[in-house]
Write a protein that binds this ligand. Structure first.
Ligand code: PMP
Length: 384
């Protein structure tokens, strides 16, 4: 059949370019992963468990003690607008709004839903979206779904270019939405939130959307992210984050005004048309979120590890703009990157090649994703 042959040809072409992906078969043992084929046990340097909480069995035990067969609810059996809105959802949203000091919060099944749902709900034909060139694929998909809104991508972290674009377009559109991440997922560098906020404040039709997926839990005096660190939570109209990374759970949130929340509940399709997260999962998120403020030691430790690895990489000639726990080693060609990842794995460090289309052509890399469960000695012993 032609259909299958055509698909196979495309897969072959991906293979020839070193860009074919397949699902790794893995077993997990706390900070380690084991490949069942060869039984190799490797330190996991590729997970987003930034605070080391996913590997913390004591924390899980403590949570399990709070559960009974009556409260262990593995399914919500419905969307939140029907019968899936269990009380624990309200508790989590109240907790988030209280901690962030915002009027409201809304929880979603995942960051992909948040980013593909919020923009299409609020953008219309008179909206211009201005998005950083390196925003995550979920935001790009959200922008695509926002048509007929127009979108311009500005050069990565080039706030001067963004300022010119806002100046040029603010009178032509009813509404402009600036979209960025605070910590970028593939480079680990940070957006200048203060400058973005200052820009937005100069106009009354400019909104700011910030994805803190890689910053929530890691930055800020109580772990709420870069906006907390930069003291600009109140200036961000859509402040989003995910629970699948530092907070070792699943789901995502936006903290926002009550009106925005009410609007999303009515208009956001990935919120409305999906079965709500299992209440037990939301209960675990709440359990972790309540403990985040007290985790400054873990935050300091993982950020110090990032600095240490960057210094080592720089000494080996690998420059990067990272300013976080995500530290890329940009190799360039995909085939070389695959070989480097395999060599690291042979030495007992589980790293993965990140290739196009996840990153721009010619910038394939090893993305070291550090966690507070690692030690300085372990980071120092990564062969570079
Ligand atoms: N935003 C960013 C910046 C991400 O890196 C990711 C996933 N890695 C997401 C959103 C999606 O979040 P989730 O995994 O919860 O769907």
């Amino acid at each position: 059949m032609n259909f299958l042959r055509e698909l196979q040809q495309e897969l072959d072409a991906l293979h020839a370019r070193g860009n074919l992906r397949h699902l790794p078969r893995l077993e997990h043992d706390g900070r380690y992963v084991i490949t069942p084929g060869n039984g190799r046990r490797m330190l996991n340097l590729s997970s987003n468990d930034y605070l080391g909480l996913a590997a913390d069995t004591d924390l899980r035990r403590e949570f399990l003690e709070t559960l009974t067969p009556e409260t262990f609810l593995p399914t919500s059996s419905s969307s939140r607008l029907l019968t899936g809105n269990f009380r624990v959802y309200d508790e989590l949203e109240d907790e988030l709004a209280r901690r962030f000091g915002t009027e409201a919060a809304l929880v979603f099944n995942c960051g992909y839903h948040a980013n593909t749902g919020i923009l299409p709900a609020v953008a219309d034909a008179q909206t211009l979206i201005l998005a950083d060139k390196l925003v995550h694929a979920s935001l790009i998909d959200g922008i695509r779904l926002s048509a007929p809104a127009r979108c311009i991508r500005y050069r990565h972290n080039d706030t001067a270019q963004l300022e010119r674009l806002v100046d040029e377009h603010s009178s032509r559109y009813h509404r402009l939405i600036i979209v960025t991440e605070s910590v970028f997922s593939m480079d680990g560098d940070r957006a200048d939130l203060r400058r973005l906020v200052a820009l937005k404040r100069r106009y009354d039709n400019v909104l700011l959307y910030v994805d803190e997926a890689h910053a929530f839990g890691v930055f800020g005096p109580t772990g709420l992210g870069c906006a907390e660190e930069e003291a600009c939570i109140a200036d961000i109209d859509f402040l989003c984050g995910t629970f699948g990374k530092a907070s070792a759970s699943a789901g995502a949130y936006v903290v926002c005004s009550r009106t925005v929340r009410d609007y999303l509940v009515n208009r956001m399709r990935p919120f409305i048309f999906t079965t709500a997260l299992p209440p037990v999962s939301v209960a675990w998120t709440l359990f972790v979120v309540r403990r985040l403020a007290a985790m400054n030691d873990r935050r300091r430790h993982v950020l110090r590890l990032g600095e240490r690895l960057r210094t080592r990489l720089a000494a080996h000639g690998y420059a990067s703009s990272s300013a976080s726990q995500i530290v890329p080693m940009i190799v360039g060609p995909s085939a070389d990157t695959v070989m480097r990842a395999e060599a690291l794995q042979r030495h007992g460090f589980y790293t993965l090649p990140v290739r196009p289309p996840t990153v721009p052509e010619g910038t394939s890399r090893i993305r070291f994703s550090l966690t507070a469960a690692l030690t300085e000695d372990e980071v120092d012993s990564i062969p570079l």
